[in-house]
Each structure stands twice: as structure tokens, then as C-alpha cells.
Design a protein around this ligand. Sequence first.
Ligand SMILES: NC(=O)c1ccc[n+]([C@@H]2O[C@H](COP(=O)([O-])OP(=O)(O)OC[C@H]3O[C@@H](n4cnc5c(N)ncnc54)[C@H](OP(=O)(O)O)[C@@H]3O)[C@@H](O)[C@H]2O)c1
Length: 327
Amino acid sequence: MRAVVASEPGGPEVLSVSDLPDLEPGAGEVVIAVAATAINRADLLQRKGNYPPLPGAPETLGLECSGTIAAVGDGVGDWTVGDEVCALLAGGGYAEQVLVPAGQVMPLPPGIDLVTAAAVPEVACTVWSNVFMIAGLSADDTFLVHGGAGGIGTFAIQLASALGAQVITTAGSAEKLETCTALGADVAINYRESDFVEAVKSATDGRGADVILDNMGASYLGRNVDTLAIEGRLVIIGMQGGTKGELDINMLLRKRGAVIATALRSRPPEEKGAICRSVVEHVWPLIGDGLVKPVVHTSLPLEEAAAAHALMEAGDNVGKILLTTGT
Ligand SMILES: NC(=O)c1ccc[n+]([C@@H]2O[C@H](COP(=O)([O-])OP(=O)(O)OC[C@H]3O[C@@H](n4cnc5c(N)ncnc54)[C@H](OP(=O)(O)O)[C@@H]3O)[C@@H](O)[C@H]2O)c1
């Protein structure tokens, strides 16, 4: 099979397509003939050598895919050869075939075509698990998501809005702010021009945000805690603004707030499987009703993995960047 390999840690140019051996499923696994995969920021870190694959995970990049079940291992009852599916992966998606535990495979979201479905597993599982399963966002809450025009942000805005929360977001240009508003954000703040702490307080009569989904980490830690409402939950999922920040415990304590950090990639297969089941139960119906739609910036062939990485690094994407295998 063809797969994207990295010749060494480095820039996008280290990525190229090579031939790798075909895959055979073990017990409890399936092989998916990949139609499409999607780029994630974790892939950029892994390519640079800063985020090695988990023990036992493939060296090949790719945390999600869509495709057709090509083979099933012993003990797999839920899937048969020929089923069209999408899946959350520990790695290996930038290839024509990928091995995945059967519990991490999901049916295509209703009404979504095979290639576009590759845009859904990471954003749906990340947003649902963090914002709803962990932070317990409710319809009465105010939700702040940073980076509203990105892959995670575009999905988070729609999901929180569909479930009735007040949605506030940040983005870096007027055009991206418009996209966020069109997706359902009640308030969109240009993080380059305005102070989001003041903007959130002014949009909530000084109350602040009940749940914050943060991609920045260190550089936003203090301001995020300042933005939290009483008993607010800050969920950090990214480190685009660095890894080491200062936490004002006094402010957090007075607010009875929570700071949580999670990574989907390192969760064990059973936890990933439980998240996938919850996503199919709760998120797929909203996609079926047209309330949540995957936002795809562009699709490129597998051979253009380097260009796809450069595109995400430039930060010009609105929504997800896909790679297609052409099979
Ligand atoms: N922990 C997990 O399990 C997990 C899973 C998936 C993703 N993530 C993380 O989630 C983050 C978003 O991922 P993605 O796939 O959506 O990536 P993406 O599509 O590349 O989006 C990145 C976003 O970061 C925003 N951004 C950059 N500088 C910012 C700033 N100063 N303030 C606010 N926003 C800023 C960008 O906004 P503009 O384009 O408007 O400038 C863009 O929307 C990444 O950090 C990724 O690593 C974590």
C-alpha cells in the first residue's frame, strides 16, 4: 500500500509517499481501506519529532480517517467487509490502509459523503468528550471557544449552539469572524485587536464563561481564568501559546473554578471506544438534522501531504484540511 512517510524529523518537505506492506487485522481489529484522512496539529508536532507516536502505534501520521472495511479480525461482530465507516486512530491514517480497534470505528455520520466524513472523528470526539462529557456544558451556560475558525472551533461553535448554549469565540481576521458568526457564534472577538476578557465579561453582564475550550495553553492561562464564571471549567487541549504558564490560585479558588487538560491521542482504546459510542449517540443525530456540518477547507491528494502541512502551519485554513487516497 502507499503511505506517507517522514524521512527524518523536520519541515513539511520531509513527507513523501512510499510503499509499505499491506496490513492484516489482529483479534478485535479491522483494516480500513482509507478514502481520506485529515491533518491535525498533533501531526505537525509529530513530524517535527516533538510528539513521538504512542508505544505500539504506527509511525505513520494520521489520527482519523474515512473508508471502507477491507478485513475484520477474530471477535469483531459489529463490522463487515464493505461497510463505509470513519474512525478515530492512534496513528496510521496517511495511508491506503489502516489498522484500528473495532471500538474506534463509527458509521458515517448521516448525510455525509465518504471523503468528507474524514473531517469528523477528531473534532467530534475532542469537542464532545471535553466540552460535554468532561466540562458538562448545558443550554444555560456561556461557552467560549478560542480559535473558532479552525477545525475544532468550527465544530465546537455549531455543537454548542445546536445544544442551546450562548457561544463566544475568538478568531484572527474579519473574514474568520464572519465565518464563526455564520456557524452560530453569538459573539466573535478578533484576538488581534480586542481583549477577550473584557469582551466576554461585557457579553455576559460581568458573569464570564461557564466553559472555555482553549487551544493556546500558557499564553492564555491567566486571562482564561480571569474570564471564567463562578464554578467555570477551563479545558485546555492545545499548547499553541506555550507549555508553562502562571496560575492565579487565589482567583481560581475564589471562583471555585476547574482547570482541566486532556489529550485524546493518548487515551487507551477502551476510552476512545466509549467516546466514539457517545459521539454516535449524541452528535450523529445533530449532523443528521443538519444542525452541525463538517467544515472542510480543502482536499488534497495523499502525495501533497507536505503542502497540506504547510497550509496548516500558515494558519490560513478555515476548518479541516483533508488528504484523499483516490481509492
Ligand atoms: N488535546 C486534544 O485531544 C486535541 C485534539 C484535537 C486538537 N487539539 C488541539 O486543538 C487546537 C486546534 O486544533 P485544530 O485542528 O482546530 O487546528 P487548526 O484548524 O489549525 O486551528 C488552529 C486555531 O488556532 C487559532 N489561533 C492561533 N492563534 C490564536 C490566538 N492567539 N488566540 C486564539 N486563537 C488562536 C487559529 O485562529 P485564526 O486562524 O483565526 O488565527 C485557528 O483557529 C490545536 O492546538 C490542537 O493541537 C487537541
